[in-house]
Design a protein around this ligand. Structure first.
Ligand code: ADP
Length: 494
């Protein structure tokens, strides 16, 4: 009897294995943390081997703790940190360089050198030329290992984003395959033909031989031979797309925002890619039964990480949940704004040079005001992104579905609802990222009957409705706009 789908959620800071039952309920979660290294300023790397071992460890722990055998597991679904790049030796299956993490800026000069091609790249990929995506990271690795280019051309080296690396290891090297959502974040993938694009490969001088085959998100990706198991991997999907699916945003216009380290808001835009004029990315959301769905995506670099800075940098709170308590001790920010541009601003500004700034400080400013301004600064960035999204799609959002660590903050969620003038919905199952991958695999095998049945089963634990006076909202948004413009003007060394 098949009782569960095993979801593997391989994130930036941890790997988790979660057993989901037929109702989409997580019955067992096992987790392993991942070490991140910062070898030089702006560089972010992880050990691809440790990523693999952390996944193996969490799978074994989940099964042991729940006392589950492989023949009770219907299928495996994988979701992963996107863009992070692994290159390995085909024969030895050993990585030839550390995994370069999505956040890493170490390939900025490789991108700058191709700035004349940025419009062309955007039209083909829906992505902004930026070190964030995989192409420049592959180029960097081939340039930094001995005979990298030659070995790749001979077919001795293979590239994969993290799901590809995990599938390769799980199938004992039998499947070298990615899915369309992860492929759409490499900057080598044409979002219209949904194939590797020869001209993009030329721009980065990357041999086709090292790239994986591209599959739909619900597909047979191979058998988990590593575990001597007959269970197959039947779903693979990038983490943000997976959360969109796990939040059951199946209809055009439905949107979710994940409040993790950064914030990622995705809107389902149906079966045609729209190219944004104002800094949104276009990405494949999923492909099921030959039917492709696209999404527009807003990337905000500092979400929950802003609150981490209050804790670790300013040290005005001991834990991130304490930010809510402090924010609620004052009736407003007393005119204080924080523009949390600690690593520049993403959507809609894409300004790498702007830095964070406080505005409106007085002798009366307290840590409570600062906390409140920091939380509000996270919400304003989402408001900026959503405004652009609504303008470009002409879709008025009915509700924003939320998840991620900071969605547990009631003050933040209420303020978000107020400032967007939209309902904010927090689901019962907050493991939406893993759930999306589980649904993907289970839909392929029939463990889950249909998307309609899944949507019917989706429940919310909390719904926030807008309460703030509209005039006050307009005033606050005007203040924020001024704060962002002032922060962007402050470039003393430019
Ligand atoms: P990731 O997947 O990016 O590692 P998570 O979804 O686990 O992120 O969320 C962690 C982030 O959420 C951290 O940046 C943390 O500061 C923030 N966070 C967690 N709980 C709260 C809270 N109650 N209030 C505000 N921020 C929070």
């Amino acid at each position: 009897m098949k009782k569960y789908v095993m979801a593997i959620d391989q994130g930036t800071t941890s790997s988790r294995a979660i057993l989901f039952d037929r109702q989409g309920k997580p019955v067992r979660i096992a987790r392993r943390d991942i070490q991140t290294s910062f070898p030089q300023p702006g560089w972010v790397e992880e050990s691809a081997k440790d990523i693999w071992l952390s996944v193996v460890g969490s799978i074994e722990e989940a099964m042991e703790e729940e006392n589950v055998q492989w023949d009770e597991i219907d299928s495996i679904g994988i979701t992963n940190q996107r863009e992070t790049t692994v290159v390995w030796d085909k024969k030895t299956m050993q990585p030839v360089y550390p995994a370069i993490v999505w956040q890493s800026r170490q390939t900025a000069s490789l991108c700058d050198a191709r700035s004349k091609k940025s419009d062309f790249i955007f039209k083909r990929t829906g992505l902004r030329l930026n070190p964030y995506f995989s192409a420049s990271k592959i180029r960097f690795i081939l340039d930094h290992i001995k005979n990298g280019q030659k070995r790749a051309e001979k077919g001795e080296l293979l590239f994969g984003t993290v799901e590809t690396w995990l599938i390769y290891k799980l199938t004992n090297g039998h499947s070298h395959v990615t899915d369309v959502t992860n492929a759409s974040r490499t900057m080598l993938f044409n979002i219209r033909t949904r194939k590797w694009d020869p001209e993009l490969l030329k721009i980065w001088n990357i041999p086709l031989k090292m790239l994986p085959k591209i599959s739909p998100t619900a597909e047979d990706f191979g058998q988990a031979e590593f575990f001597k198991s007959n269970t197959h991997i039947c779903g693979a999907i990038g983490d943000q797309q997976s959360a969109l699916f796990g939040q059951t945003c199946f209809a055009k216009g439905e949107s979710k925002n994940t409040y993790g380290t950064g914030c990622f808001m995705l809107m389902n835009i149906g079966d045609k890619p729209i190219l944004s004029k104002h800094g949104l990315l276009t990405t494949v959301a999923w492909e099921i039964n030959h039917h492709v769905t696209y999404a527009l995506e807003a990337s905000v670099f500092m979400g929950g990480a802003t609150i981490q800075w209050l804790r670790d940098g300013l040290q005005i709170i001991k834990s991130t949940p304490e930010s809510e308590k402090l924010a609620l001790k004052v009736k407003d920010t007393d005119g204080v704004y924080l523009v949390p541009a600690f690593v520049g601003l993403g959507t809609p500004y894409w300004d790498n040079d702007v830095r964070a700034a406080f505005f409106g400080l007085t002798r009366g400013t307290s840590k409570e005001h600062i906390c409140r301004a920091a939380l509000e600064g996270v919400a304003y960035q989402i408001a900026d992104s959503l405004r652009v999204m609504q303008d470009e799609t002409k879709i008025k959002l009915k509700a924003l579905r939320v998840d991620g660590g900071a969605s547990a903050n009631n003050f933040l969620m209420q303020f978000q609802s107020d400032i967007l003038n939209t309902k904010v919905q927090l689901p019962v199952c907050v493991e939406t990222t893993a759930l999306g991958a589980a649904y993907m695999a289970g839909l392929f095998t029939g463990f889950y009957k249909s998307q309609a049945a899944i949507a019917k089963n989706h429940r919310y634990q909390k719904i926030y409705t807008p309460k703030m006076d509209k005039k006050l909202v307009a005033q606050k948004l005007a203040g924020w706009e001024l704060a962002v413009a002032s922060a962007r003007n402050f470039k003393p060394h430019k």
